[in-house]
Design a protein around this ligand. Sequence first.
Ligand code: GZL
Length: 309
Amino acid sequence: AAAASFAAAIPAFAAKPLVIGFSQVGAESEWRTANTASIKAAAKAAGVTLKFADAQQQQQNQIKAIRSFIAQRVDVIAFSPVVETGWESVLREAKNAKIPVILTDRAVNVGDQSLYVSFIGSDFVEEGRRAGHWLLDYAKKNPNKQLNIVELQGTTGAAPANDRKRGFAEVIAANPKLKIVRSQTGDFTRAKGKEVMEAFLKSEGKNINVLYAHNDDMAIGAIQAIEEAGLKPGKDIIIISVDGVKGAFEAMAQGKLNVTVECNPLLGPLLIKTAQDVVAGKPVPKRVTVQEGVYPADLAAKELPNRKY
Ligand code: GZL
């Protein structure tokens, strides 16, 4: 019996915890904060050692972090690429070091798809289309309204910015009355979103009827600018945004935001499971998408208590 219990103890020592090196974009938005919390909680719950690096939205910092994970010989490297391009060489270094790479949240543009094992994240083009479809419906219900649009784009070169722009433009092309009169990056932050909206208001003024913001944080910044200009957000200027963070539900409950297209940040459990499967030599799907919906203002008050982020 003693030998059996001793033998049973060995695996506990033998199975050293999985070590994942994670390079996060930054801490630019409520969405990012929720995404980081989900990843850290899932790693903790699974007994995984997580080496976490915040890149302050700079690609060079992510490349440095990935190189340091390679030097530390982590079991798996995971990251949310701040922009789509410029990753080939560092991902080739990870491949040569035989360390599997998992992408979460944002995608990369690489010729060689073997440079990462799986991409877990939303379909941003579809999110842009959903924003466009909401506006097409709004236009149908308000046939005599002028509908000039200003657009606050996400971080220049980021997959969600490129794709949300593309999906939205593709859908609104069905109605020639829907025109984007100004479009500029607000870098996914409240501060920059407010600053750029102030500039839009100065140059376009009453000519702005709709704001399409690629995330809720920029929309919330823009709402402040609209109010400081003496206009009513959600009424004088219809506002469509993306993410579905708590701040958006609060703005909708106050009648200042008209709709938010959900982008699910709770990717932690999927990331940990995929990393465990990769290390165990199990096959993993190349592409994993997550469920998400659209929340117009009239659903906000009811949905707010259910929100997890
Ligand atoms: C989308 C994510 C975006 C969010 C922003 O998956 O990459 O980055 O929409 C965040 O809020 O800054």
